[in-house]
Design a protein around this ligand. Structure first.
Ligand code: UD1
Ligand code: CA
Length: 477
């Protein structure tokens, strides 16, 4: 797109609407599709193909939330906001943008203006590139249309005769029964010459079924003034699928997920079953990774080459190294796992945990804010919280760090357990923190450790066994 010639194109995104039919406490454009707010998916695309573009987002309903969310993300775009205090229609929303200082600057620069609705999570780079192209000489706007099997709810494209030029767009609520049969629709994506747009929205009337100022009326206006309109029929209607209710949200999510999985599969990821997994768009997966059914990968998860994710593994914001085996049912978030690690089945990694290379975390082991050193093993039924475990440590079955006792020490309510290199902890032990097991020490099974253990020492903290001969018979009688 570097070769884009002047005039360049600025972007208006309409995001002031209520989205009533979504029944969500979030403003519609912030509702996530595959984990990413709809509005961000559009900004992501622009960010990829046209960095630094001037974008104005028209906000209204829950405007603080929308602005806060956008500002807290990093987009390499020149983003502004304009308020539309009352939602009087798409034409009025654009009018607010064009009458703002942003709009005046756009007009002064004689730019083109690309208008997009904020609820198009499936929009593609190809579509945006097409719409960012400069308008042809003499034309005042470019209209994008699509032919839908079910056009219900969309504005219908009325043409002169069957295949003739576009005459106007008629909204569903204003359409005659005959017009409702038209399957070609407008999808609220247009590119305008700034001057035409600015004058056009200023002159809109609201004499229609919804008493709204329709942006779509600009088409009829241009035609009546004999101005030239370009039309592009987009032949992949999926890309322009809007989201107006939770059902359409799910449909969009399925399509986006299938696209993401296809891309990974073509790049060398083996999905045992394509359609049973969910992979969010920002997840990274290296080549030669095998993924079993029911896996869910969210956020900024990154899986290294040669690794395997067993069935029903859930990972959010996880870094998984190379040749690591994450077995069935493991749930892990905001943590990092090294190379050649074995995790699970049914391991639980809570935030800020680190599992280093060649370590093993077995079934029903929970880690919280805990580091496990290289080649160490916690193989069964244990809880380690706020613990620092060194290398080559073996922790037997049923170990618990007692990290919380209601006290506050140095401002911290949770106490630390340190287990240095080469320690061996037998089965069924507890460490009452704060406590340290020094290098190479040994803890006998069944011990409750309350005091530090010196390097190389054996700690036994349990009552000595007493065998009372013949006593069993006495008990039974
Ligand atoms: C609009 C189009 C319709 C098209 C459809 C495609 C008009 C009059 N109609 O209808 O032809 O087929 O989109 O999805 O343009 N918005 C504001 N302020 C407002 C009203 C809307 O910012 O006052 C925003 C909404 O947040 C949304 C977008 O504009 O992002 C579209 O609004 P929506 O109410 O969904 O328009 P439709 O009635 O679906
Ligand atoms: Ca809509």
């Amino acid at each position: 797109m570097n070769s884009r010639t002047s005039p360049s194109t600025s972007v208006v995104i309409l995001a002031a609407g209520l989205g009533k039919r979504m029944y969500s406490s979030l403003p519609k454009v912030l509702i996530p599709v595959c984990g990413r707010p709809m509005l961000f998916q559009i900004l992501d695309r622009l960010n990829e193909i046209a960095p630094k573009t001037r974008v104005v987002i028209v906000v209204g309903h829950q405007k603080e939330k929308v602005m806060e969310a956008v500002v807290s993300e990093e987009f390499n775009l020149d983003i502004d906001f304009v308020e539309q205090a009352e939602q009087k229609g798409t034409g009025h929303a654009v009018k607010c943008a064009m009458e703002s200082p942003w709009g005046k600057a756009t007009l002064a620069k004689k730019e083109n203006v690309l208008v997009l609705p904020g609820d198009l999570p499936l929009i593609t780079n190809e579509l945006l590139k097409e719409m960012l192209e400069p308008l042809k000489r003499g034309s005042v706007m470019k209209l994008l249309t699509a032919v839908l099997a079910d056009p219900m709810g969309y504005g219908r494209i009325v043409r002169k005769g069957k295949k003739g030029g576009v005459l106007r767009i008629v909204e569903e609520k204003d359409a005659s029964p005959r017009e409702k049969l038209i399957q070609e629709v407008g999808v609220s994506i247009y590119s305008f010459q700034a001057q035409f747009l600015s004058v056009g929205v200023a002159g809109l009337k609201n004499n229609n079924a919804q008493k709204e100022y329709y942006l779509t009326d600009l088409i009829g206006n241009a035609v009546s003034k004999k101005r030239t309109i370009e039309t592009t029929v987009w032949d992949s209607p999926e890309d322009v699928r809007g989201v107006n209710n939770p059902y359409e949200l799910s449909l969009a999510a399925d399509i986006l997920n299938a696209r993401v999985i296809k891309t990974h599969a073509l790049n060398g990821v083996r999905f045992i079953s394509l359609h049973s997994c969910r992979v969010e768009p920002q997840v990274k997966i290296a080549k030669d990774v095998t993924i079993y059914p029911g896996v869910i990968l969210e956020g900024r998860t990154d899986v290294g080459t040669g690794s395997t994710l067993g069935s029903n593994v859930f990972l959010r914001n996880m870094k998984i190294g190379e040749f690591t085996d994450v077995k069935t049912g493991t749930y892990a978030e905001d943590s990092s796992v090294g190379n050649h690690v074995k995790l699970g089945p049914y391991a639980h990694l809570r935030p800020e945990s680190v599992v280093k290379d060649h370590a093993k975390i077995g079934n029903f082991v929970e880690l919280k804010k805990t580091t496990i050193g290289e080649k160490s093993a916690v193989s069964h039924l244990s809880y380690l919280g706020d613990a620092e475990v060194g290398a080559r440590v073996n922790i037997g079955c049923g170990f618990v760090t007692c990290n919380y006792d209601g006290r506050v020490i140095d401002g911290s309510r949770k106490h630390k357990t340190t287990i240095e290199d080469d320690v061996f902890v037998g089965s069924d032990c507890q460490a009452v923190a704060p406590v340290t097991l020094k290098q190479g020490s040994f803890v006998a099974s069944g011990s409750t450790i309350t005091e530090n253990v010196e390097s190389g020492a054996l700690a036994i903290a349990r009552a000595r066994q007493v065998n009372k001969l013949g006593y069993a018979k006495k008990l039974k009688s």
